[in-house]
Design a protein around this ligand. Structure first.
Ligand code: SF4
Length: 402
């Protein structure tokens, strides 16, 4: 019998009870508990806050953060590194730094592991890491604590099967995002495995145009050089396509992209060809889907303004903000500090340009209903702080709400 591997851990260390109190102290939110208890609605004075019924930390994030805490607890005297951010929330990452976990940041998309030795411990984030990074770390002999989310692993399996069967993985995602980089690298498990990443429907149209014979090879390669395998050739690698997606994209858009590309293949080559050479599989994770469904349900209610709380680099938060902005005046804030109750201002990321913009008098006067949701990487205490500042903007102390 092989000796158990003592350098690779995927399920934590069984120390949940040891870190539970610290996790709760760091991230629980009293106001969020109150909102939940009051059917996701809190009213005081002429301000009503309505919270989406699914919001904030997802199962993958909870697990990754808990494993990071367990790791620190298990190895109090070892150097502990984290490959990139554990999740896209500045407060959570800062808290890990305070616990003595060193976050490695990539330069030009490349991590430098030269400082790591066999005596060290390395945590892999919920997004996963590329196959090359994984192998480099395993070769070092250090302890690897892998917190890659199970939903991300499902996408990897899908992409792996596409590569095995000679399909190019067409990934709806952001080519520079950690998760998509890790997912795309899975094609390398098979010689000739190929991927192409498209960010949105506009970019998917470049693919459908190419399938229709209206593409320009050089222009295509120039545009997608960084978003595709090094050997990608549209003349060769768009013949067989399998669609997958980064788990946190807008589900509706992912679905539409799959349909458009499939339709384009039918138009170009016929039904029989498509049946043989096109596959699509929705790999949006259930947490992302639940949060998007919940915010869509909330948007059916009369709201004056919508607040979306989450990191400006958090993909699932950006998707939520985009959905809200279609229906109501929306402010995507990184955290409560973006709201200044004294000056009556809010600093938010513009959902179209991506620029940070400060708006005065954002709550306006009179009775107001504020909708609220938060991305999968936003802890409850940060959501609660945001609620508190909304009320404070109208001079109301939310802790006085009985
Ligand atoms: S957003 Fe989805 S894939 Fe990402 S960590 Fe959460 S559950 Fe996992």
């Amino acid at each position: 019998m092989n000796a158990p591997d003592t350098t690779y851990f995927r399920k934590g260390f069984g120390l949940k009870q040891d870190v539970e109190a610290t996790l709760s102290a760091d991230y629980a939110g009293q106001l969020v508990d109150l909102l939940r208890a009051r059917d996701y609605r809190l009213a005081a004075g002429d301000v009503t806050v309505r919270l989406a019924k699914e919001f904030g930390f997802c199962y993958g994030v909870e697990r990754a953060v808990e494993y990071a805490y367990q790791t620190r607890h298990k190895f109090p005297d070892r150097r502990v590194y984290l490959v990139g951010e554990i999740i896209h929330n500045p407060h959570v990452n800062q808290r890990l730094r305070e616990m003595g976990i060193e976050i490695l940041l990539p330069a030009g998309g490349v991590f430098d592991y030269s400082a790591i030795s066999a005596d060290d411990v390395v945590i892999l984030p919920a997004f996963g890491v590329t196959m090359t990074d994984f192998q480099t770390l395993r070769d070092k002999g250090c302890v690897v604590v892998d917190t890659t989310c199970g939903s991300v692993l499902n996408v990897w399996k899908r992409v792996e099967v596409y590569a095995r069967d000679g399909f190019t993985s067409l990934i709806h995602g952001k080519y520079y995002h950690e998760e998509t980089r890790a997912t795309a690298s899975q094609v390398e498990k098979f010689p000739g495995g190929t991927y192409l990443v498209v960010r949105n429907m506009d970019e998917a149209h470049d693919v459908t145009e190419y399938l229709a014979g209206r593409g320009d090879r050089a222009a295509f390669l120039a545009k997608y050089g960084r978003a595709a395998s090094a050997h990608f050739d549209p003349d060769v690698h768009l013949r067989r396509i399998g669609v997958a997606n980064q788990t946190t994209m807008l589900a509706r858009e992912s679905l539409a992209i799959g349909e458009e590309v499939g339709r384009a293949m039918t138009s170009a080559k016929g039904d029989a060809y498509r049946a043989e050479n096109f596959r699509t599989f929705d790999t949006i994770c259930s947490a992302t889907q639940d949060r998007q469904d919940a915010v869509n349900a909330l948007l059916l209610e009369p709201l004056d303004v919508m607040l979306v709380v989450g990191g400006f680099n958090s993909s699932n938060t950006l998707s939520l903000a985009a959905l809200c902005a279609e229906k109501v005046r929306t402010f995507h804030v990184e955290d409560a500090l973006c709201i200044d109750p004294v000056r009556g201002t809010i600093r938010a990321r513009d959902t179209v340009s991506g620029a940070e913009v400060e708006t005065a008098d954002w709550l306006r006067s009179g009775a107001v209903t504020v909708g609220l949701t938060a991305g999968a990487s936003t802890p409850n205490n940060k959501i609660g702080d945001t609620v508190a500042r909304v009320f404070a903007t109208r001079g109301i102390d939310p802790m006085s709400i009985g």
